[in-house]
Design a protein. Structure first.
Length: 49
């Protein structure tokens, strides 16, 4: 695997995790929750796949 491919995959994973975190926070806010937990992440997971 080339170094360019590794850099690209690392960047894609970073963006994926950031998007998941932002959507989880939005879900928690929608539910008037004071914190984000795994339930919020599980609810947004189908949107990411």
């Amino acid at each position: 695997v080339s170094s360019d491919a590794l850099i690209l995959m690392a960047e894609m994973l970073k963006v994926f995790v950031q998007e998941a975190a932002e959507r989880s926070v939005k879900q928690a806010v929608t539910e008037d929750s004071e914190s984000v937990d795994i339930d919020h992440f599980e609810k947004i997971l189908p949107q990411l796949v």
